[in-house]
Design a protein around this ligand. Structure first.
Ligand SMILES: Cc1cc2nc3c(=O)[nH]c(=O)nc-3n(C[C@H](O)[C@H](O)[C@H](O)COP(=O)(O)OP(=O)(O)OC[C@H]3O[C@@H](n4cnc5c(N)ncnc54)[C@H](O)[C@@H]3O)c2cc1C
Length: 396
């Protein structure tokens, strides 16, 4: 019987990892199944664009994986039992249970409401495709004037506010943030950001913590009310509660605790990657939830799985956070480099060149996803007679 590898999630981390596993492991020895809630790969990096503008290109997973040997299971994961090595899913055929020998957990993240009342009922967000489409339908409604309030002054808040302001100039856009707008940026990048917000006419309220969201606006901690027709919640990401309920060791924020090789620290044979993993970078800090982290952790996990199953040496992937690349609409952007301590460097690429570079990054990421086994053929390693369950935790 082949060794059953189940990959949960076909986002940047899961789809990429599944493709690499198919490239490296002999198809007679393994059965790779990818479970994903949506039938296609969703370019999450563009969801603010989807919310404000036209449809994104669709990448059907069945087509992407055709000919790779990867089996696709379109279904929603509802539970994981790490001890029994089972995953409960629900799909078209109703609930089902999948058994596995190796599990790669890559369910990504969703919006973090921070327990603020009213977010779920009244706010929109762009953390997933269904929610981004819901926001777009709502933005289409007033057909002209109206007010949009974006809550959050970090990467997603900035990207969604500028995207909406650029593509829907009839709308009044306001951003409120508990800290400073892009306060982590270096001086050059921050000046550029503030100029861009001025140009778009986006009103900014800093040091304003939203305590309640209602149907017609939000109320801040100091009692100030901000009226809005549409409130977009962009105050960070949180992971699904599935990992915490699975018996896997998780961090306080629910991310799966992994060692240097992306192995779960509590359950041999389980690996976690992308936004769902609490992976420590080379500077000793948890890697941020980002596309770059998704790629690096997926690459590392694949090396570990291949090594554990075949007995081959496991190479170490560099786990570094180099910077943030944020769009300011389609024609402007900032690429802010950070140092080893994650402090912004004084230099940053701003304006059109940064926008062109960001567009190239998006294209390259999408190409990688659309060709999950790009570079084939590679060596297809046979499994060791007794695959290692790797109980040893490899420190950073
Ligand atoms: C609007 C926006 C803009 C962003 N911009 C940037 C950027 O410019 N640069 C950057 O580095 N990062 C950016 N990010 C963050 C980046 O998208 C994430 O860090 C990245 O997607 C993480 O990859 P992942 O594979 O871990 O998760 P995801 O890409 O979220 O993939 C998770 C997959 O799991 C599936 N899934 C989830 N729950 C279930 C379930 N219960 N059952 C079955 N399937 C499930 C989902 O459908 C999805 O396919 C942005 C995010 C958003 C929302």
């Amino acid at each position: 019987m082949p060794h059953r590898i189940t990959v949960l999630g076909a986002g940047y981390a899961g789809a990429y990892a599944a493709g690499r596993l198919a490239r490296h492991l002999h198809p007679d020895d393994v059965e790779i199944t990818v479970v994903n809630a949506e039938p296609d790969f969703v370019e999450r990096l563009r969801l603010h664009q989807l919310a404000a503008g036209p449809d994104l290109r669709r990448y059907e997973l069945a087509e992407l994986f055709a000919g790779t040997g990867i089996r696709l299971r379109p279904a929603r994961v509802t539970a994981v039992d790490a001890e029994r090595r089972t995953v409960t899913v629900t799909g078209d055929g109703g609930p089902d249970r999948l058994d596995h020998d190796t599990l790669l957990y890559a369910l990504g993240s969703t919006v973090a409401d921070h327990g603020v009342p009213g977010v779920a009922e009244h706010a929109f967000h762009v953390a997933g495709r269904p929610s981004a489409l819901r926001l777009r339908r709502r933005l289409d409604e007033p057909a002209g004037n109206g007010s949009v309030l974006v809550v959050g002054g970090n990467l997603t808040g900035i990207e969604v506010a500028t995207e909406i302001a650029e593509s829907r100039p009839g709308l009044d856009v306001t951003l409120v943030t508990s800290g400073e707008l892009g306060g982590w940026l270096g001086p050059r990048a921050r000046r550029h950001l503030l100029r861009a917000f001025d140009r778009f006419g986006i009103a900014v309220h800093e040091h304003t913590t939203v305590e309640r969201v209602g149907a017609t606006g939000v109320v801040a901690a100091d009692g100030t009310a901000f009226a809005s027709d549409v409130t977009v919640w962009a105050a960070g990401f949180a992971v699904h509660p599935i990992a915490a309920a699975s018996g896997l060791a998780v961090a306080d924020d629910g991310r799966v605790l992994v060692d240097r090789l992306m192995r779960s620290v509590s359950h041999p044979g389980v690996y976690a990657v992308g936004d769902s993993a609490h992976a420590i970078g080379r500077n000793g800090r948890p890697l941020p939830m980002s596309c770059a982290s998704a790629g690096a952790t997926a690459m590392q996990a694949v090396s570990a799985i291949v090594g554990d199953l075949t007995g081959r040496r496991i190479p170490k992937t560099t786990l570094a956070h180099l910077g943030n690349h944020l769009s300011l609409g389609r024609r402007d952007a900032i690429y802010q480099l950070v140092d080893g301590e994650e402090r912004s460097r004084s230099w940053a690429l701003c304006g059109r060149p940064a926008a062109r570079a960001k567009a190239a990054v998006l294209r390259v990421a999408a190409f990688g996803m659309a060709h999950p086994t790009f570079g084939m053929p590679t060596r297809r390693y046979r499994l060791a007679a007794e695959p290692d369950r790797a109980t040893e935790v490899v420190a950073a």
